[in-house]
Ligand binder design. Structure first.
Ligand code: TYD
Ligand code: MG
Length: 451
């Protein structure tokens, strides 16, 4: 047994900066009151994942033999796409999300349906609980092994026997390594356990999934550097009261970082939603005011979303502006454009905006739909469910061109819309489409066209 030297240090709970003494303000991330003392007992001889002790030497780039990276394709096409075409062996993927959103379900389902050898390590649930969940979601393929363990040393012992192709850790916050004495979930433990897992993944070429909890600000709990250490960061999000869940790439070293997968949480696990546009738009018999359909692009896919707003007279002196799924400041800006450039008196009205389905698009092409939905509610005139929009609105009320317009128009046509309103400045070939494409340059023109 190696000699131990007891040490303690202070760690910023936000970014993981280490300091020998307590500090009020973190010099790295400028957060206040984030330093907490943690006991770190470093053994002189650390035994982690050191099976292969290879020393790397410099190589000429021309001498590197390039084998086209083989990706592991899972049965889940949404995960494949979000990861950029399958799981890259040796990569470390961090999956974050709110408690109860379905992270364990998603990865257990992946483990159960794959024909690869998968080790699912759970530090949160017992074998019985996992079995109960497995029975709900899928008929097991028999290749999935379950281990309930939290010590990384014991996990590595089992890994040496099992040699899995994919390792799933649920969750990184429950792991602890013997090299550090602080409690599981503390910054130094998370950092050390993750770096052991990353070392293991790189040396053996095993793909590792780490489930990570998120704190109340929505960031992955633990040091911020965790996100820099791993190859891919995925976020599982959605409204827990809604059935739809969205898997989003935040960082990806092996593919696009703006991909998106959509799932539906059902009685028997998560189901892939292959055509999300259809589910994001609600069916209704009669036309209601305040509803507009926007064509947005999430990742590589066009997506039709429904925007609802409610404009009513303000009861109190200061009107309320509240948006779900849309940036509040951008809403204020668009309302100011309507007030100043088009003469609509919205300054004395409450405005509530909602993007249905619990998704938060990050695309300025929905501006025009937002404006039209607000105007429709304000004037109490329905737009009609046959019309959709794809354009950005500028500060002087001009309607601006957006990227990939042909893809957006094609999606609108595919879903059976009769007309789409886009900017006059967008160039495309009209002979490709049967849908009516109206081009406008000012909000007034759109208003006259619709109402
Ligand atoms: P879970 O995967 O445990 O969430 P996380 O690991 O992110 O904390 O998901 C639990 C929720 O999912 C729980 O509220 C119940 C729901 N659920 C279903 O609706 N159907 C199912 O088949 C399963 C397994 C879970
Ligand atoms: Mg869980």
């Amino acid at each position: 047994m190696a000699k131990k030297k007891v040490q303690s240090a202070f760690f910023c709970q936000n970014c993981g900066t280490q300091s020998p003494k307590w500090l009020g303000k973190c010099p790295q991330c400028n957060e206040w009151n984030t330093f907490v003392e943690e006991v770190i007992t470093k053994e002189e001889q650390t035994k982690t994942w050191n099976r292969i002790n290879k020393v790397n030497t410099p190589v000429a780039i021309n001498d590197i033999t390039f084998s086209k990276e083989k990706r592991i394709k899972t049965k889940d096409t949404e995960i494949n796409r979000v990861l950029g075409g399958g799981i890259v062996p040796g990569s470390v993927i961090l999956l974050g999300g709110d408690p109860g959103i379905g992270k364990s379900t998603l990865l257990l389902q992946l483990a159960l349906t794959s024909d690869k050898k998968i080790l699912y390590v759970s530090g949160e649930e017992s074998e019985n609980q996992i079995k109960m969940r497995a029975q709900r979601v899928e008929n097991s393929s028999g290749n999935c092994l379950i281990l309930t363990e939290t010590s990384t040393q014991n996990i590595f012992q089992q890994i040496e026997k099992v040699e899995p192709e994919i390792l799933i850790i649920d969750s990184i916050q429950t792991l602890h390594t013997a090299h550090i004495d602080s409690s599981p979930g503390s910054v130094s433990q998370i950092r050390e356990c993750s770096s052991e897992m990353i070392k293991y993944a790189k040396q053996t070429g095993t793909a590792v999934f780490l489930i990570g909890h998120i704190n109340k600000d929505g960031a992955i709990a633990g040091p911020k550097i965790l996100e820099h250490m791993v190859d891919t960061v995925l976020q599982f999000e959605g409204d827990r009261n809604h059935v739809y869940r969205i898997l989003r790439t935040i960082k990806n070293r092996f593919g696009s970082a703006s991909e998106l997968g959509v799932y539906e949480m059902s009685q028997d696990g998560l189901r892939e939603v292959n055509n999300p546009s259809e589910i994001l738009i609600s069916d209704r018999d009669e036309e209601t005011s305040g509803v507009a359909i926007a064509s947005t692009i999430e990742g590589a896919r066009p997506l039709m979303i429904e925007i609802q707003s409610l404009v009513s007279s303000a009861v109190y002196g200061t009107p309320q502006r509240s948006a779900t799924g849309f940036d509040n400041r951008r809403l204020n800006m668009l309302l100011a454009v309507l007030e100043k450039r088009c003469g609509f008196r919205l300054g004395v009205k409450d405005v509530f905006l909602n993007i249905t389905g619990g998704i938060k698009p990050d695309d300025t092409a929905i501006d025009l739909a937002v404006i039209c939905s607000v105007l429709s509610s304000d004037q109490d005139l329905p737009i009609g469910m046959q019309t959709c929009f794809a354009a950005e609105v500028g500060l002087s009320g001009e309607i601006r061109a957006v990227s990939r317009i042909e893809q957006r128009i094609a999606e609108a046509e595919k879903l059976g819309y009769k007309q789409i309103i886009v900017s006059k400045f967008n160039k495309f070939n009209p002979s490709h489409f049967n849908i009516v494409v109206k081009q406008c340059s000012k909000i007034e023109e759109v208003f006259q066209l619709l109402f």
